[in-house]
Design a protein around this ligand. Sequence first.
Ligand SMILES: Nc1ncnc2c1ncn2[C@@H]1O[C@H](COP(=O)(O)OP(=O)(O)OP(=O)(O)O)[C@@H](O)[C@H]1O
Length: 218
Amino acid sequence: MTLLAREVGIRFGATDALRGADIEIGEGELVAVMGPSGSGKSTLLHVLAGILRPDRGEIRLGDRRIDNLADGARSSLRLTSFGFVLQFGDLVPELSLRENVELPLRLLKVRRSETRARAAALLRELEVEEFADRRPGEVSGGQAQRAAVARALVHRPAVVFADEPTGALDSVAGELVLDALTGLARQQGSAVVMVTHEARVAAYADRTVFLRDGQVAA
Ligand SMILES: Nc1ncnc2c1ncn2[C@@H]1O[C@H](COP(=O)(O)OP(=O)(O)OP(=O)(O)O)[C@@H](O)[C@H]1O
Protein backbone atom coordinates (compact mmCIF):
# COMPACT_ATOMS: atom_id res chain seq x y z
CA MET A 1 0.00 0.00 0.00
CA THR A 2 1.25 3.45 -0.87
CA LEU A 3 1.60 6.02 1.92
CA LEU A 4 1.08 9.55 0.67
CA ALA A 5 1.28 12.98 2.29
CA ARG A 6 0.03 15.92 0.30
CA GLU A 7 0.55 19.59 1.22
CA VAL A 8 0.89 18.74 4.90
CA GLY A 9 1.28 21.60 7.35
CA ILE A 10 1.58 21.67 11.13
CA ARG A 11 2.45 24.50 13.45
CA PHE A 12 3.63 24.45 17.06
CA GLY A 13 2.96 27.88 18.53
CA ALA A 14 4.89 30.28 16.30
CA THR A 15 6.90 27.49 14.59
CA ASP A 16 5.78 26.16 11.23
CA ALA A 17 7.29 22.69 11.59
CA LEU A 18 5.87 21.49 8.26
CA ARG A 19 4.88 23.88 5.50
CA GLY A 20 3.24 22.04 2.64
CA ALA A 21 5.30 18.86 2.72
CA ASP A 22 4.66 16.27 -0.02
CA ILE A 23 5.97 12.72 0.06
CA GLU A 24 4.97 9.39 -1.42
CA ILE A 25 6.26 6.06 -0.17
CA GLY A 26 5.55 3.17 -2.50
CA GLU A 27 4.60 -0.30 -1.36
CA GLY A 28 7.67 -1.97 0.12
CA GLU A 29 9.86 1.04 -0.63
CA LEU A 30 12.69 2.05 1.73
CA VAL A 31 12.95 5.84 2.02
CA ALA A 32 15.46 7.80 4.09
CA VAL A 33 14.54 11.29 5.30
CA MET A 34 17.46 13.68 5.82
CA GLY A 35 17.76 17.39 6.49
CA PRO A 36 19.16 19.95 8.93
CA SER A 37 18.25 19.93 12.60
CA GLY A 38 14.81 21.46 13.04
CA SER A 39 13.80 20.96 9.40
CA GLY A 40 10.79 18.85 10.42
CA LYS A 41 12.01 15.27 9.95
CA SER A 42 10.61 13.81 13.17
CA THR A 43 7.43 15.84 12.79
CA LEU A 44 6.91 14.45 9.28
CA LEU A 45 7.39 10.92 10.61
CA HIS A 46 4.88 11.50 13.40
CA VAL A 47 2.33 12.99 11.03
CA LEU A 48 2.73 10.13 8.52
CA ALA A 49 2.33 7.61 11.34
CA GLY A 50 -0.83 9.19 12.71
CA ILE A 51 0.81 10.20 15.99
CA LEU A 52 0.34 13.90 15.24
CA ARG A 53 -2.64 15.29 13.39
CA PRO A 54 -1.66 17.85 10.71
CA ASP A 55 -3.31 21.27 10.63
CA ARG A 56 -3.68 21.07 6.87
CA GLY A 57 -3.13 18.72 3.95
CA GLU A 58 -3.93 15.03 3.87
CA ILE A 59 -2.37 11.65 4.49
CA ARG A 60 -3.49 8.52 2.66
CA LEU A 61 -2.64 4.87 3.14
CA GLY A 62 -3.73 3.08 0.00
CA ASP A 63 -7.09 4.56 -0.89
CA ARG A 64 -7.94 5.44 2.70
CA ARG A 65 -7.58 8.93 4.10
CA ILE A 66 -6.05 8.55 7.58
CA ASP A 67 -5.27 12.04 8.90
CA ASN A 68 -8.86 12.77 9.87
CA LEU A 69 -9.64 9.49 11.62
CA ALA A 70 -10.88 9.60 15.21
CA ASP A 71 -8.30 8.77 17.90
CA GLY A 72 -9.49 5.19 18.39
CA ALA A 73 -9.37 4.42 14.68
CA ARG A 74 -5.90 5.95 14.38
CA SER A 75 -4.63 3.84 17.29
CA SER A 76 -5.93 0.67 15.73
CA LEU A 77 -4.48 1.66 12.35
CA ARG A 78 -1.08 2.13 14.01
CA LEU A 79 -1.35 -1.30 15.59
CA THR A 80 -2.37 -3.15 12.42
CA SER A 81 -0.48 -1.30 9.71
CA PHE A 82 2.56 0.38 11.24
CA GLY A 83 5.69 -0.56 13.19
CA PHE A 84 8.09 1.75 15.03
CA VAL A 85 11.80 1.75 15.83
CA LEU A 86 12.98 4.76 17.83
CA GLN A 87 16.47 5.92 18.74
CA PHE A 88 16.39 4.60 22.27
CA GLY A 89 14.60 1.29 21.97
CA ASP A 90 11.24 1.89 23.54
CA LEU A 91 10.83 -1.72 24.56
CA VAL A 92 8.72 -2.33 27.66
CA PRO A 93 11.38 -2.59 30.40
CA GLU A 94 9.42 -5.07 32.56
CA LEU A 95 8.97 -7.57 29.73
CA SER A 96 11.54 -9.97 28.29
CA LEU A 97 12.73 -9.45 24.71
CA ARG A 98 10.50 -12.36 23.69
CA GLU A 99 7.43 -10.85 25.39
CA ASN A 100 8.17 -7.50 23.78
CA VAL A 101 8.30 -9.06 20.32
CA GLU A 102 5.11 -11.02 20.97
CA LEU A 103 3.25 -7.94 22.19
CA PRO A 104 1.89 -6.61 18.84
CA LEU A 105 0.56 -10.06 17.96
CA ARG A 106 -1.06 -10.45 21.37
CA LEU A 107 -2.73 -7.05 21.03
CA LEU A 108 -3.93 -8.12 17.57
CA LYS A 109 -5.33 -11.32 19.13
CA VAL A 110 -3.28 -13.63 16.93
CA ARG A 111 -3.43 -17.26 18.11
CA ARG A 112 -1.01 -18.04 20.91
CA SER A 113 0.84 -20.80 19.02
CA GLU A 114 1.34 -18.60 15.98
CA THR A 115 2.42 -15.67 18.16
CA ARG A 116 5.08 -17.79 19.81
CA ALA A 117 6.29 -19.26 16.55
CA ARG A 118 6.56 -15.94 14.73
CA ALA A 119 8.34 -14.17 17.58
CA ALA A 120 10.75 -17.07 18.02
CA ALA A 121 11.56 -17.16 14.30
CA LEU A 122 12.35 -13.44 14.25
CA LEU A 123 14.42 -13.56 17.44
CA ARG A 124 16.42 -16.37 15.86
CA GLU A 125 16.83 -14.54 12.56
CA LEU A 126 18.04 -11.40 14.34
CA GLU A 127 20.43 -13.46 16.45
CA VAL A 128 19.03 -12.45 19.82
CA GLU A 129 17.45 -15.81 20.56
CA GLU A 130 19.89 -16.62 23.34
CA PHE A 131 18.88 -13.41 25.19
CA ALA A 132 15.17 -13.79 24.53
CA ASP A 133 14.27 -14.31 28.18
CA ARG A 134 16.24 -11.32 29.44
CA ARG A 135 14.76 -7.88 29.90
CA PRO A 136 15.91 -4.94 27.75
CA GLY A 137 18.03 -3.63 30.64
CA GLU A 138 19.95 -6.91 30.77
CA VAL A 139 21.23 -6.90 27.17
CA SER A 140 23.40 -4.55 25.10
CA GLY A 141 21.95 -1.56 23.29
CA GLY A 142 22.43 -3.28 19.93
CA GLN A 143 20.74 -6.48 21.10
CA ALA A 144 17.79 -4.50 22.49
CA GLN A 145 17.54 -2.53 19.25
CA ARG A 146 17.46 -5.73 17.20
CA ALA A 147 14.59 -6.92 19.40
CA ALA A 148 12.91 -3.56 18.72
CA VAL A 149 13.30 -4.26 14.99
CA ALA A 150 11.69 -7.67 15.49
CA ARG A 151 8.83 -6.10 17.39
CA ALA A 152 8.32 -3.46 14.68
CA LEU A 153 8.10 -6.10 11.93
CA VAL A 154 6.50 -9.12 13.61
CA HIS A 155 2.96 -8.25 12.51
CA ARG A 156 4.14 -7.60 8.92
CA PRO A 157 3.07 -3.94 8.89
CA ALA A 158 2.62 -1.97 5.67
CA VAL A 159 5.11 0.65 6.90
CA VAL A 160 7.86 0.73 9.54
CA PHE A 161 8.85 4.16 10.86
CA ALA A 162 12.38 4.47 12.19
CA ASP A 163 13.65 7.67 13.84
CA GLU A 164 17.46 7.65 14.12
CA PRO A 165 17.31 3.89 14.77
CA THR A 166 21.07 3.61 15.23
CA GLY A 167 21.65 7.00 16.87
CA ALA A 168 22.56 5.48 20.23
CA LEU A 169 24.78 2.67 18.88
CA ASP A 170 28.40 2.30 17.78
CA SER A 171 28.93 1.68 14.08
CA VAL A 172 29.23 -2.13 14.26
CA ALA A 173 26.06 -2.53 16.34
CA GLY A 174 24.38 0.05 14.12
CA GLU A 175 25.16 -1.92 10.97
CA LEU A 176 23.69 -5.08 12.45
CA VAL A 177 20.49 -3.19 13.30
CA LEU A 178 20.27 -1.66 9.80
CA ASP A 179 20.95 -4.99 8.11
CA ALA A 180 18.18 -6.51 10.22
CA LEU A 181 15.70 -3.71 9.65
CA THR A 182 16.18 -3.33 5.91
CA GLY A 183 16.73 -7.04 5.21
CA LEU A 184 13.56 -8.14 7.00
CA ALA A 185 11.48 -5.29 5.61
CA ARG A 186 12.51 -6.21 2.05
CA GLN A 187 11.88 -9.89 2.72
CA GLN A 188 8.32 -9.33 3.85
CA GLY A 189 7.45 -6.31 1.69
CA SER A 190 7.10 -3.71 4.46
CA ALA A 191 7.96 -0.15 3.46
CA VAL A 192 10.41 1.77 5.69
CA VAL A 193 10.55 5.50 6.39
CA MET A 194 13.79 6.21 8.21
CA VAL A 195 14.89 9.56 9.63
CA THR A 196 18.64 9.92 9.84
CA HIS A 197 21.36 12.56 9.71
CA GLU A 198 23.99 10.07 8.51
CA ALA A 199 24.57 9.40 4.80
CA ARG A 200 25.95 5.99 5.77
CA VAL A 201 22.54 5.08 7.22
CA ALA A 202 20.58 6.60 4.33
CA ALA A 203 22.60 4.43 1.95
CA TYR A 204 20.54 1.44 3.13
CA ALA A 205 17.41 2.98 1.61
CA ASP A 206 16.22 2.89 -2.00
CA ARG A 207 15.88 6.67 -2.08
CA THR A 208 16.57 9.71 0.09
CA VAL A 209 14.23 12.64 0.56
CA PHE A 210 15.61 15.95 1.86
CA LEU A 211 13.64 18.25 4.11
CA ARG A 212 14.37 21.94 4.44
CA ASP A 213 12.31 24.39 6.47
CA GLY A 214 9.35 22.05 6.69
CA GLN A 215 9.22 21.24 3.01
CA VAL A 216 10.50 18.38 0.90
CA ALA A 217 13.25 19.70 -1.35
CA ALA A 218 12.90 18.86 -5.04
N1 LIG B 1 6.01 19.57 20.37
C1 LIG B 1 6.61 20.66 19.87
N2 LIG B 1 6.37 21.90 20.38
C2 LIG B 1 6.96 22.98 19.87
N3 LIG B 1 7.79 22.97 18.82
C3 LIG B 1 8.08 21.78 18.27
C4 LIG B 1 7.52 20.57 18.76
N4 LIG B 1 8.00 19.54 18.00
C5 LIG B 1 8.80 20.10 17.09
N5 LIG B 1 8.86 21.43 17.24
C6 LIG B 1 9.62 22.38 16.40
O1 LIG B 1 9.33 22.08 15.04
C7 LIG B 1 10.51 22.14 14.23
C8 LIG B 1 10.76 20.79 13.58
O2 LIG B 1 11.12 19.84 14.59
P1 LIG B 1 11.54 18.34 14.27
O3 LIG B 1 11.77 17.65 15.56
O4 LIG B 1 10.55 17.76 13.34
O5 LIG B 1 12.91 18.55 13.48
P2 LIG B 1 14.01 17.49 13.06
O6 LIG B 1 14.33 17.80 11.64
O7 LIG B 1 13.55 16.12 13.38
O8 LIG B 1 15.22 17.93 13.98
P3 LIG B 1 16.45 17.09 14.63
O9 LIG B 1 17.29 16.62 13.50
O10 LIG B 1 17.14 18.11 15.47
O11 LIG B 1 15.83 15.99 15.43
C9 LIG B 1 11.62 22.60 15.16
O12 LIG B 1 11.74 23.99 15.02
C10 LIG B 1 11.12 22.21 16.54
O13 LIG B 1 11.65 23.08 17.51
